[in-house]
Design a protein around this ligand. Structure first.
Ligand SMILES: NC(=O)c1ccc[n+]([C@@H]2O[C@H](COP(=O)([O-])OP(=O)(O)OC[C@H]3O[C@@H](n4cnc5c(N)ncnc54)[C@H](OP(=O)(O)O)[C@@H]3O)[C@@H](O)[C@H]2O)c1
Length: 332
């Protein structure tokens, strides 16, 4: 597809996934965001990857979530996304929220992991090069580093904003007490935390008592990753492991041993509740995330346009009765 052959849908905003303000900030995020952890690396189908990005943008999904280490090999998701941007979206950059992160193992030696200023700043510079961007919209500290003073990690984030290399900053997977401290430091630095990114789905709810209320109290948005528990919260594993699924791949992060008999049994029961609501299980699982008002957006990782469409349709029914919430809670 050449640069000129892609013209975004003219009703991408009038007929879109809808937007929520990110905490008390002035930034709106689409209710569904697209994550590029899996399915956008060099080992994946490049045609489908492009189709998903275009389809997302055509449906008002303006937010694309990346990290330095996404894709196989690590970094390839950013490189591939950068090529797609250059070729197809050159003039639409201002309509997009692009995030990246650093915090996990990325390159050898003592400066390619965790939360030092040295690592974070070098990593952002590399990410910008791979994506051929001048700035990212959101830069995250990808995980809390117990061996680096929080002032150093947060100081690096603040400087990225001051240098214009990131417009906003966020944190991911921080324990509650460290998140509280991070919010304070970032506020004192004059670069308030925009958003907290953590795992949230029907099977993983611990943050409801900690991270979510704390984010709200601090006016910070919350974005849920793995809202489908990497695909376990869909009907795909009910009758075995399909050949092209994440659990079947040697390089994916979903391990076959996570699909225990207990999980499959629960999934079957959840699937029945979803059917009674007129939804697929994936749709119900995404809709369910929004029963907590603090949730700004859910980041889905999809392997096909069909899945992305299915997920967008989740927004057609976000209402849950108390009884449904109770029955789902019993299976979580
Ligand atoms: N901050 C962090 O530490 C962190 C960690 C993890 C993820 N993330 C972010 O969150 C994003 C999403 O995470 P995730 O990929 O684990 O999300 P997920 O949405 O829970 O799982 C994605 C997988 O679910 C399956 N799926 C998606 N839609 C489906 C549908 N409608 N029907 C059936 N199956 C469906 C697909 O599996 P198949 O491939 O088998 O088709 C897909 O690869 C990542 O891309 C990344 O941006 C952040």
């Amino acid at each position: 597809m050449s640069d000129k052959s892609y013209i975004p849908s003219s009703d991408r905003y009038s007929n879109s996934v809808g937007y929520n303000y990110c905490g008390k900030s002035g930034l709106k995020l689409p209710r569904i965001s697209l994550g590029l952890w899996h399915n956008f690396g060099d080992v994946d189908d490049a045609n489908e990857a492009l189709k998903m990005i275009l389809f997302a943008f055509d449906h008002g999904i303006t937010h694309f979530d990346l990290a330095n280490n996404y894709g196989v090999p690590a970094g390839s998701a950013e490189t591939n996304f950068g090529k797609m941007l250059q070729k197809h979206f050159g003039s639409y950059r201002d309509e997009m929220i692009i995030s990246t992160k650093a915090g996990h193992d990325m390159w050898p030696g003592p400066y390619g992991d965790w939360g030092s200023r040295k690592y974070l700043i070098a990593s952002l510079n590399q990410s910008l090069k791979r994506m051929q961007l001048e700035y990212v919209d959101i830069f995250y500290s990808h995980r809390y580093d117990p061996s680096t003073p929080l002032e150093e990690t947060m100081g690096a984030l603040s400087d990225m904003v001051k240098q214009g290399k990131a417009l906003y900053v966020g944190i991911s997977k921080y324990p509650e007490d460290k998140a509280r401290e991070a919010y304070r430091i970032l506020r004192e630095n004059g670069t308030p935390c925009l958003i907290n990114q953590d795992k949230y789905n029907i099977f993983t709810r611990a943050i409801e008592q900690s991270v979510l209320p704390l984010a709200e109290e601090n006016g910070i948005g919350f974005i849920a990753f793995s809202p489908l528990a990497q695909g376990m919260l869909s009907d795909k594993y009910l009758h075995g492991i399909p050949e092209n699924s994440r659990a079947a791949q040697s390089y994916g992060f979903l391990q076959k041993n996570q699909l225990t008999t207990e999980v499959i049994e629960k999934t079957g029961k959840l699937n029945d509740i979803a059917a009674q609501r007129g939804q697929t299980l994936a749709q119900m699982a995404l809709a369910w995330c929004f029963h907590k008002s603090q949730v700004t957006s859910v980041i889905v990782g999809t392997s096909s346009v069909k899945q992305l469409q299915d997920n967008i349709d989740a927004l057609k029914n976000l209402h849950f009765t108390d009884e449904e919430l109770w029955r789902i809670g019993e299976l979580g």
